[in-house]
Write a new protein. Structure first.
Length: 332
C-alpha cells in the first residue's frame, strides 16, 4: 500500500472510530451494534490504532495541562482541515409626497442595513469563515485565535487596548502592559484581562467567558460586575443578567483549538446548536420528543456530517438532508 493510500485508510479509520465512540456512549446501544463494533475493531490494526487515539483524546480531557492546551506558546494557525467526516410625513402634493416617502423608506432601509452589517461584523478588521479558524497576532504582541464564523475589530490607543467581538468565539493570549488595560467588548458586556489566557463566546446578546490562565474582570451592560473570574472558571451573562462563576474543565472549552468538538451527556438541542456553528445552513429538530436525548462524543470540526451520522446510529433519530443547507432531525 503506497503512502497516499495508507493516509486515506487511516483518515477513514479515524472517522469511523469517532462514530463508534459516540455510538458506544449511548444508553440505547443494541447487541447488534456492539457485535458490529467488535467486528470493526478486529478487522485491522489501523482500526485499533484509531480507536486508541480517539479514546486517549477523550480520557486526556480530564488531565490535560496548561502546556497541553497551548498556553505556553501561541497555537499554530489552523490552516488544515480536520481529517474526520466526524453554518424595511408629513403630507404634501401627491408626487412629492410619494417621492418623500420613497426617500424616507430608502433611508430607513439603508440605516437598518448599516446596523445589521455592523452587528454582523461585515466591516470587522478580522473574520473567520464558517467551519474555519484564524490565528491573529495584534500590534501589542497579544495573540487571538478566532473560531468558526467569528468577527473581531481592534481599537488600540495610548491608554487602552480594546477589541470588539462582533460575533462568534475567540481565544485570547494577552501580552502584559499594565499601563494599557486589555478589554474585550462583547456587546452585552466587557471582559478585562487580569492575566493571560481566556475564551469569549458571543451569541447575539448571550456571552460566555472561560478563563484558562490567571483571571479576568467581567461586567455586563446593566452595570453588574464580577471583579475576578479565576482560572478554570466560567460565567455566562447577557445585557441584564450576570450569572454565577462556575468551576469547569477548561480543556473541553479548548478542544476547538485542537480541531475537535466535545459533547458529554449534552441534550440533542444543544448539540445541534453547536454543530450549526460549524456548517452552512440550518439543522432543525422537528419532534420535541427528541430534544433532550443525551449525546456523548468527540468529533472533528471539519466535517459535521460524521456527528449527524453518529446521532442517527446511536439514537432513535432519523436524519434527512434536504439540499446542501437544510438537515431535519425527527423521531423514528
Amino acid at each position: 500500500m503506497n503512502k497516499a493510500a495508507s493516509e486515506t485508510f487511516s483518515a477513514r479509520a479515524e472517522r469511523e472510530a469517532m462514530a463508534w465512540q459516540a455510538t458506544l456512549s449511548s444508553d440505547l446501544l443494541s447487541n447488534q451494534q456492539r457485535r458490529a463494533f467488535e467486528t470493526w475493531l478486529a478487522a485491522s490494526e489501523q482500526h485499533r490504532a484509531a480507536w486508541r487515539d480517539v479514546n486517549a483524546f477523550w480520557l486526556g480531557l480530564d488531565t490535560v495541562s496548561a502546556a497541553d492546551l497551548g498556553l505556553a506558546a501561541p497555537p499554530a494557525p489552523a490552516a488544515t482541515q480536520e481529517r474526520s467526516r466526524a453554518t424595511a410625513l408629513r403630507r404634501g402634493p401627491p408626487v412629492r409626497r410619494h417621492r418623500a416617502s420613497l426617500a424616507l423608506a430608502a433611508s430607513l432601509l439603508l440605516a437598518v442595513a448599516a446596523i445589521q452589517l455592523h452587528a454582523s461584523g461585515y466591516w470587522a478588521d478580522y473574520r473567520s469563515a464558517v467551519g474555519g479558524q484564524r490565528q491573529i497576532q495584534l500590534a501589542d504582541g497579544s495573540n487571538v485565535m478566532l473560531n468558526t464564523g467569528s468577527a473581531l475589530s481592534v481599537d488600540f490607543s495610548a491608554k487602552q487596548r480594546r477589541v470588539s467581538l462582533h460575533r462568534g468565539e475567540a481565544f485570547f493570549q494577552v501580552a502584559a502592559d499594565p499601563a494599557r488595560p486589555f478589554v474585550v467588548d462583547a456587546g452585552a458586556g466587557t471582559v478585562q484581562a487580569l492575566g493571560t489566557a481566556f475564551d469569549v463566546l458571543r451569541d447575539d446578546d448571550r456571552v460566555r467567558v472561560t478563563v484558562l490562565e490567571h483571571a479576568v474582570k467581567v461586567s455586563n451592560a446593566d452595570g453588574k460586575t464580577l471583579e475576578r473570574l479565576n482560572e478554570a472558571e466560567q460565567i455566562q451573562f447577557d445585557s441584564r443578567v450576570l450569572g454565577r462563576a462556575e468551576a469547569i474543565n477548561p480543556s473541553r472549552i479548548a478542544a476547538w483549538r485542537q480541531q475537535r468538538i466535545v459533547f458529554q451527556e449534552q441534550p440533542l438541542s444543544a448539540v445541534v446548536a453547536e454543530l450549526e456553528r460549524y456548517r452552512p445552513g440550518k439543522i432543525l429538530i422537528t419532534d420535541s420528543a427528541i430534544e433532550n436525548l443525551p449525546i456523548t462524543g468527540v468529533f472533528g470540526i471539519g466535517d459535521t456530517d460524521l456527528a449527524l451520522q453518529a446521532i442517527e446510529q446511536s439514537l432513535p433519530v432519523r436524519v434527512r438532508t434536504l439540499g446542501s443547507h437544510l438537515v431535519l432531525l425527527s423521531a423514528r
